[in-house]
Design a protein around this ligand. Structure first.
Ligand code: FES
Length: 59
């Protein structure tokens, strides 16, 4: 995984940013949106973000 890869083009949010937000306690897509702004514009990245979160969620 490349942490510098942009996952939300509208807001320039990278995979690394999402992981960081998750480390800080974001557990849902809504948390990510509130904390990073990802998904708050066109919403096209929602699916990608949800999938990414599922893959990286700690049990
Ligand atoms: S790509 Fe994420 S809001 Fe548009």
């Amino acid at each position: 995984m490349d942490p510098k890869k942009i996952i939300c083009k509208c807001k320039d949010v990278t995979k690394g940013d999402i992981l960081k937000a998750m480390e800080k306690g974001a557990t849902s897509y809504k948390d990510i949106r509130d904390k990073t702004g990802a998904g708050s514009k066109c919403g096209k990245c929602e699916k990608k973000i949800r999938k990414f979160m599922k893959k990286h969620a700690e049990a």
